[in-house]
Design a protein around this ligand. Structure first.
Ligand SMILES: [Mg+2]
Length: 272
């Protein structure tokens, strides 16, 4: 394959990569050996809720559950976020004594939360520089998939609206029949690795939550992990749990991807 020599790294990306508080070589080595990237959706690809609370959705789910199950457990009543309430209802349902209650509240909860996620897509903001990064990874021949706790339909709708459908080979979202399989359970990561059919050590998981790292490690201890978060506590948590790298911006990752592209071009043309 031939082509024009890649342009010099953008000033922004190079500057950030050089100033980043970790070794840019780590990012270069990670990307250079990566054949596929598994992206979490909310955070690494977009900001789905813009920091808005999901308490009203949790309240709607609880009201529906009360009508079917009667009095709810205190831990269910205390939950005020959409994914937390899905998980807690599932936990209750999984108790043998609760099976006789029926699973209608679980199905209703899934519909309510998925509807809220679909509504959020309209205003969801793209993660800064993610479009540039996805384009570079595509150029490098790296396959990409989504592994998310969000429902698949809202994710696909977001990708369609932002012209990103072609970038991702597949979307592995929340199992509508079992919210207990959300990350940190490794279910969606395992499904993605099976689909990709390349060694986990040749893939890279990009996530913004410690639960993403936990899911990655549970799926396959060889799966490298890149943390993407501006939350210092989460970044420290990921670093302490041996994330391969943690960034608070994609600029140094873009800088590393550009260096990989240049190195491969030089190798093909035996330059330098
Ligand atoms: Mg996330």
């Amino acid at each position: 394959m031939t082509g024009p020599e890649p342009a010099e790294d953008s000033d922004d990306a190079s500057h950030d990569a050089d100033d980043a508080p970790y070794d840019g070589q780590v990012l270069f080595d990670l990307l250079d050996s990566t054949k596929a990237v598994l992206f979490d959706f909310d955070g690494p690809v977009c900001d789905l809720f813009g920091g808005a609370s999901t308490a009203s959705v949790a309240a709607e789910v609880k009201e529906a559950a009360r009508q079917a199950w009667g009095v709810l457990d205190p831990e269910v009543e205390a939950c005020d976020d959409s994914h937390g309430i899905l998980r807690r209802l599932r936990d209750v349902y999984d108790r043998p004594a609760a099976r006789s209650l029926g699973r209608d509240p679980l199905d209703q909860a899934e519909l309510i939360v998925a509807r809220q996620e679909l509504g959020a897509v309209e205003k969801a903001a793209e993660t800064p520089h993610v479009g540039t990064l996805l384009g570079l990874l595509h150029e490098l021949g790296i396959r990409m998939v989504i592994v998310s706790n969000n429902a698949e339909r809202p994710i696909r709708e977001y990708l369609r609206r932002h012209g990103l459908e072609e970038r991702f080979g597949h979307v592995f979202g929340r199992d509508p029949d079992n919210a207990g399989l959300m990350k940190p359970d490794p279910d969606c990561v395992r499904r993605a690795l099976k689909y990709l059919d390349v060694p986990a050590g040749s893939c890279l998981f990009v996530g913004d939550q410690p639960s993403d790292l936990e899911a990655a490690r549970s799926a396959d201890t060889c799966l490298p992990f890149l943390g993407y978060t501006r939350d210092r506590a989460k970044a420290s948590d990921m670093a302490a749990n041996r994330a391969n790298a943690v960034v608070d911006s994609y600029l140094p990752v873009i800088g590393a991807a550009e260096k990989v592209r240049k190195a491969r071009w030089a190798s093909r043309h035996q330059v330098g």
